[in-house]
Design a protein around this ligand. Structure first.
Ligand SMILES: Nc1ncnc2c1ncn2[C@@H]1O[C@H](COP(=O)(O)OP(=O)(O)O)[C@@H](O)[C@H]1O
Ligand SMILES: O=C(O)C1=C[C@@H](OP(=O)(O)O)[C@@H](O)[C@H](O)C1
Length: 181
């Protein structure tokens, strides 16, 4: 069983790359509890992310992410945490846990989202994906930044959820072993 000194495992990466999906699969494998920062924000505000962006704008949403990050650092341990695509910019990311970056190309992410049976819904709930050109620019701006923040980077393009989770567990065990030495 993973110990990692009760550290949280925190997923970062671009919108739609699979943070929620991989985090839920890891929760099943490790029997840890899981949290999602967008879900925490939606319950704190009692409205959807889309409505928050529409009514109060992105800057307000980013403040809520910072507040969530502080709460996680102070109150949560031994959990699997999935985050929104811009959450990685909070000041205290490192203090929340072991950071796992899920990496894919932009086209790989779009292809997957568009193939999904609820594709329209998946795209509509993400305000920053509504304009494909702008989303591509954002992806290019963020790609190297995610990499810098990561303790572990995993390639997820064209790979099954099971294969990704298996790799991740191996890498987490290796990290655990190194930290014990
Ligand atoms: N490895 C994968 N293989 C196939 N489909 C995936 C994989 N990872 C994610 N998906 C699908 O991609 C979509 C976006 O995944 P999601 O976990 O919601 O992304 P995020 O939380 O990063 O925004 C979902 O429809 C999900 O089922
Ligand atoms: O990339 C971003 O800045 C955002 C990603 C979204 O989460 P997902 O990555 O789960 O789509 C959500 O937090 C919000 O729409 C902003």
């Amino acid at each position: 069983m993973l110990n990692l000194k009760n550290k949280n495992i925190v997923f970062i990466g671009f919108m739609g790359v699979g943070k929620g999906t991989i985090s839920r699969a890891l929760i099943q494998r490790t029997k840890r509890f899981g949290l999602d920062t967008d879900d925490l924000i939606e319950s704190m505000e009692n409205r959807k992310i889309k409505a928050i962006f529409e009514t109060d704008g992105e800057a307000y949403f980013r403040k809520l992410e910072k507040k969530t990050a502080k709460w996680l650092e102070k109150n949560v341990k031994n959990a699997v945490i999935s985050t929104g695509g811009g959450f990685f910019k909070v000041d205290n990311l490192d203090a929340i846990g072991t950071i796992v970056y899920l990496r894919s190309s932009f086209d790989g992410i779009l292809k997957r989202l568009k193939e999904h049976e609820n594709a329209d819904l998946k795209l509509a709930k993400r305000p920053l994906l509504s304009d494909e050109d702008k989303a591509r620019t954002l992806f290019e701006e963020r790609s190297s930044l995610y990499e810098v923040k990561a303790d572990i980077t995993i390639n997820v393009e064209n790979r099954s959820v099971d294969a990704i989770v298996q790799d991740l567990i191996t890498l987490l065990h290796l990290k655990e072993k190194k930290e014990k030495e």
